[in-house]
Ligand binder design. Sequence first.
Ligand code: CS2
Ligand code: MG
Length: 403
Amino acid sequence: MHTIVDARVIISCPGRNFVTLKITTKSGVYGLGDATLNGRELAVASYLTDHVIPCLIGRDARQIEDIWQFFYRGAYWRRGPVTMTAIAAVDVALWDIKAKNANMPLYDLLGGASRTGVMVYGHANGNDLDETIAQAKKYKEMGYKAIRLQSGVPGLASTYGVSKDKLYYEPADAAKPTENVWSTSRYMPTVPKLFAAARETLGWDVHLLHDVHHRLTPLEAGRLGKDLEPFRPFWLEDATPAENQAGFRTIRQHTTTPLAVGEVFNSVWDAKQLLDEQLIDYIRTTIVHAGGISHVRRIAHLAELNNVRTGFHGATDLSPVCMGAALHFDLWVPNFGIQEYMRHTDETDAVFPHAYTFSKGDLHPGTAPGHGVDIDEALAAKYPYRPASLPVNRLEDGTLFNW
Ligand code: CS2
Ligand code: MG
């Protein structure tokens, strides 16, 4: 009944590429895991097909932890985004199967609901301050309690987070990396003006967030955090590249603005110093890129010991399968903070029918057994893979910089 008899990788591109792992047991019960790594989808698909699936067939699907350890310790070349995304897909699919066999929603299997709903934040962006504020007003009217603000920068042709289409933002916009131009000195003065205008227009009963997207030095991040303090941001995200975790000590010395980081992390080791030293306030590392529920649960527990809350990544390049599973985790985890919610397109939602719903600024995963997300394989087959890469950034003098 519990023996894994089939495991398949399904690649589909309903507007953007998604990679899904479907594991089926002898009883016919199957589980789904998201294996999408934006711009590196085929690398994960190959890792699963060539190195994981041959070792999965014949195993007992109930042994989630043993299977996790087999693919983590057994890989020898531990960690890394490709490996940990592949392991995550297996892990989430097996948790989906276990919850279906228990005939309970995944959050009940994890320990039950700790809250009535999952507070989410939407993305308001625009080419300039006025456009961004106008979008933010629409999100507030839609009932969002939290809104991320990203605006164009005068003098720069493009910048992170400002989409051509206001609701759906997809940064992987070409087969080969698009080259964007960046200027920190042009950017720095724009964010405090944006937040001042937002507070003026939206008031104080809405959380406001901003994503720096890895583009400042720790000292510059301290400066920006201090400049934003009068406007009480919910968080400043990815203020500086986090390979050098100690760099966050500098930011902490200069500002009380809450800090969020971790969407590019793929294991607890990427965050351990940040958590042990309480250098951040929210950890964004989510289940699709960090080994699945089994590993992110460890990260969340270490965060809990250090007054850090979860703030999972939830961009459109994480599939509805990831969103569905993340919402079950969010509903259960004691140190929940917030969940990012970039709505998927209608064509994506049609490929991935799901039980989660939005109401009054919260998402709820639903009570369907498992994580509540399925895949319409016939429809998925109608959207073939399309090469797509994330952009790169250069400074105005041509220096290759952080995107
Ligand atoms: C962003 C993402 O959602 C976020 O906070 O950082 O849009 C990120 O740029 C993409 O997920 C990269 O694929
Ligand atoms: Mg981000």
